[in-house]
Design a protein around this ligand. Structure first.
Ligand code: THU
Length: 133
C-alpha cells in the first residue's frame, strides 16, 4: 500500500474522532505486514486528562487484533494543522515501544502536506523496557 493511501485511511479515521472539547480531530492508520489497516481517532472526555490520541488508539487497535511490533510496517496520522501533524510526546513514547524504530511514519495535514519520519527520529533517547532491567 502506498503512503498516500495510508494517509487517506488516516483521514477517514479522523471522521470518527470524538473531540467536542478541543474541536481538533486527528486520525491515524497502522499498516501491518499482511496488508491489514487499523484505524484510530482521538477520543476525548469531559475529564480532560482522559483524552486519548489517535495514534495510540490506532496502535492499541492493532495490538487488540493480535498484531505486535514486528508485524507493523507503517503508520500515518492526519489533522487540520498548518504543516504535517506531529505526534505528541506521550504518543512518541508509546510509538517507540509498540512500533518498529525505523518503519515509516507519515505525518500529514488536510491540505496535502506529507512528511516521513520514524520512531527513532521522533524520540531519541526514549525510555525503553531495557531500562527496567
Ligand atoms: N491529539 C492526537 O490525537 N494526537 C496527537 O499527536 C496530538 C493531539 C489529540 C488529543 C486531543 O484530543 C486533541 O488532539 C487536542 O490536543
Amino acid at each position: 500500500m502506498d503512503k498516500e493511501l495510508l494517509v487517506a485511511k488516516a483521514k477517514e479515521a479522523r471522521k470518527l474522532s470524538y473531540s467536542p472539547y478541543s474541536k481538533f480531530a486527528v486520525g491515524a492508520a497502522v499498516l501491518t505486514k499482511d496488508g491489514e489497516v487499523f484505524l484510530g481517532a482521538n477520543i476525548e472526555n469531559s475529564a480532560y486528562p482522559l483524552c486519548m490520541c489517535a495514534e495510540r488508539n490506532a496502535l492499541y487497535n492493532a495490538y487488540m487484533h493480535g498484531y505486535k511490533k514486528e508485524d507493523l510496517v507503517a503508520l500515518a496520522l492526519a489533522a487540520d494543522t498548518d504543516g504535517p501533524c506531529s505526534p505528541c510526546g506521550a504518543c512518541r513514547q508509546v510509538i517507540s515501544e509498540l512500533f518498529p524504530s525505523k518503519a515509516p511514519i507519515y505525518m500529514a495535514n488536510m491540505k496535502g502536506a506529507l512528511q516521513e519520519t520514524n520512531a527513532e527520529e521522533l524520540l531519541p533517547f526514549a525510555f525503553s523496557p531495557e531500562d527496567l532491567k
